[in-house]
Design a protein around this ligand. Structure first.
Ligand SMILES: Nc1ncnc2c1ncn2[C@@H]1O[C@H](COP(=O)(O)OP(=O)(O)OP(=O)(O)O)[C@@H](O)[C@H]1O
Length: 331
C-alpha cells in the first residue's frame, strides 16, 4: 500500500475554496490559494507555518490531516493523493502515519476519564503492542516527552498542568510511531515559560525519532527557535518560504517584514497585534485583484493592484512579490 517516494508530503497549487454569504450575495474566496511546498521523506524537519489570524493555516492543516479535501491542486503523502485514500487505507495506514496535536490539550480528554485510559486505548486499538507489553510500551513513549507512566497513571486531566497535558497529548500522538505530526498552535494556550520546553520537545523528537513536525503558530519567537524551514501565509498564499534563519533573520517580503516588526517587545504573552482591524480587511484581502497585500504594503507598485505575483527565488528562499521581478523593478 505504501510507496517509497522522495517526498513525505507534497503540495502543488493546493487550493481550498469557501463561500461567504453576505445578504443576498455569495462571495467565493480561497482560504488556501495555490500553495506549493515539499517536505523531504529522508530529512526530518520542523516545518513552521506562520501568519496572522485568518491566513489559512488551520485550513491547510485540516487538508493535510485528511479532514477536508482540496478544491484544486494536489496534496500527496508518500506519493498518494490524500483525498483519494479509501476509508480502509486511512484507518489502517494514513491515520497511523500522520497524527494531529491541537491547541487545547484538555479538549481531547474527557474530565471524567483517567488520562492513561486514552493511551491504553490508542495502543491496543492500533495493535502496536499486546496487553502484556503495553505498560512498558507506554512508559517508553511517555519518556520521549519527558514523563513516565508512573507519573500520570490513575490521574484525571484536571490533575495535570497545561504543559503536562500537552505532553500527554503528544505522547498519545507518538503511539503509532508516525512519520508526521501536524501541531496546530500547540503552545498558544500555555504559559510563555512552558512554550519553549514544548517546542524543544518537538526538536528532540525530530532528532531521536526522525519525526517531521508541521508546526503552526502565531508566535514568531518559537518559530525562530524551533523551525528548520518556515512558510509565511497571507490570505491563503504562501508569500515567503525558506530556511528560518534566512526568512526571519532577513525577511524579504514586505508582509514578513511587517510581521517581524509588529512583535511586541514588552509582553511576551502578547503575540503580535496588527494595528489595523483585521476582520474588516480580511474579506477585502481575500478577494482583491492583484497582490493580496497591496492595500497594506509600504512598497506597493501599480502592477500590484492588477496582477498576481508569481513565486520568485531570491537569496535562498521563495518570495511571492513583484519587487523580485527584475523586469518590474527595473522598469
Ligand atoms: N468551513 C469554513 N467555511 C467557510 N469559511 C471558512 C471555513 N473554515 C475557515 N474559513 C475561513 O477561511 C479563512 C482562513 O481560516 P483559517 O482558520 O484556516 O485561518 P487561520 O490562519 O488558521 O486562522 P486562526 O489563526 O485564527 O486559526 C478565514 O477567513 C475563515 O473564516
Amino acid at each position: 500500500m505504501q510507496q517509497t517516494n522522495a517526498a513525505l508530503l507534497s503540495a502543488e497549487d493546493l487550493t481550498k475554496t469557501f463561500y461567504l454569504r453576505q445578504g443576498l450575495t455569495t462571495t467565493e474566496f480561497r482560504a488556501v490559494d495555490t500553495a506549493s511546498f515539499t517536505i523531504d521523506a529522508q530529512k526530518p524537519e520542523i516545518f513552521t507555518v506562520v501568519g496572522e489570524s485568518g491566513s489559512g493555516k488551520t485550513t491547510l492543516a485540516r487538508m493535510i490531516l485528511g479532514m477536508d479535501d482540496p478544491s484544486a491542486g494536489s496534496l500527496r503523502y508518500k506519493g498518494r493523493a490524500i483525498a483519494e485514500l479509501s476509508s480502509k487505507e486511512k484507518k489502517e495506514w494514513f491515520y497511523k502515519e500522520i497524527q494531529p496535536v491541537f491547541q487545547d490539550p484538555f479538549a481531547a480528554f474527557s474530565p471524567l476519564k483517567r488520562i492513561d485510559h486514552y493511551l491504553y486505548e490508542t495502543a491496543l486499538n492500533y495493535k502496536v503492542t499486546d496487553k502484556k507489553g503495553v505498560d512498558e510500551y507506554l512508559d517508553g513513549v511517555l519518556k520521549e516527552v519527558g514523563l513516565s507512566l508512573a507519573e500520570i497513571k490513575g490521574r484525571y486531566p484536571n490533575e495535570l498542568s497545561g504543559g503536562q497535558a500537552q505532553r500527554v497529548a503528544v505522547a498519545r500522538s507518538l503511539i503509532t510511531r508516525p512519520s508526521l505530526i501536524v501541531a496546530d498552535e500547540p503552545v498558544s494556550m500555555l504559559d510563555a515559560s512552558l512554550r519553549m520546553s514544548i517546542v524543544n520537545m518537538f526538536r528532540q523528537l525530530k532528532e531521536s525519532q526522525g519525526v517531521t513536525v508541521i508546526y503552526i503558530t502565531h508566535d514568531l519567537a518559537t518559530a525562530y527557535y524551533a523551525g528548520d524551514r518556515i512558510a509565511v501565509m497571507l490570505r491563503g498564499w504562501v508569500v515567503e518560504m525558506g530556511p528560518v534563519e534566512k526568512v526571519l533573520g532577513n525577511p524579504q517580503h514586505p508582509y514578513t517584514q511587517n510581521l517581524k516588526h509588529s512583535i511586541p517587545k514588552v509582553d511576551p504573552d502578547d503575540v503580535w497585534e496588527e494595528k489595523v482591524n483585521l476582520a474588516v480587511i480580511e474579506t477585502d484581502e481575500y478577494t482583491r485583484t492583484g497582490c493580496k497585500f497591496a492595500g497594506r504594503c509600504p512598497m506597493v507598485m501599480a502592477i500590484c493592484h492588477k496582477k498576481v505575483p508569481r513565486n520568485y527565488q531570491y537569496e535562498g528562499r521563495m518570495v511571492k512579490c513583484f519587487l523580485f521581478d527584475e523586469s518590474v523593478s527595473s522598469g
